[in-house]
Design a protein. Structure first.
Length: 67
């Protein structure tokens, strides 16, 4: 596992419960500052698509429960 240089958004201010992001040679790593041992990895393209869809409201009404 790489040693990540984590960055916190300037919008987070002094908050301790925020998402940190780091880049490595293969992709993007994400973690929540409250649980820093859990690290998610993704590609830059997948993260861009997720952010674009979140801004567009694609996840505003995620269905609860079954199909």
């Amino acid at each position: 596992m790489s040693t990540y240089r984590w960055r916190k958004s300037s919008y987070s201010g002094d908050a301790s419960n925020c998402v940190n992001v780091a880049a490595d040679g293969n992709g993007i790593a994400l973690r929540e500052s409250d649980d820093p041992h859990v690290i998610l990895t993704t590609t830059p393209a997948a993260l861009r698509a997720f952010i674009r869809d979140a801004k567009a409201g694609a996840f505003d009404r995620i269905q609860q429960g079954g199909a």
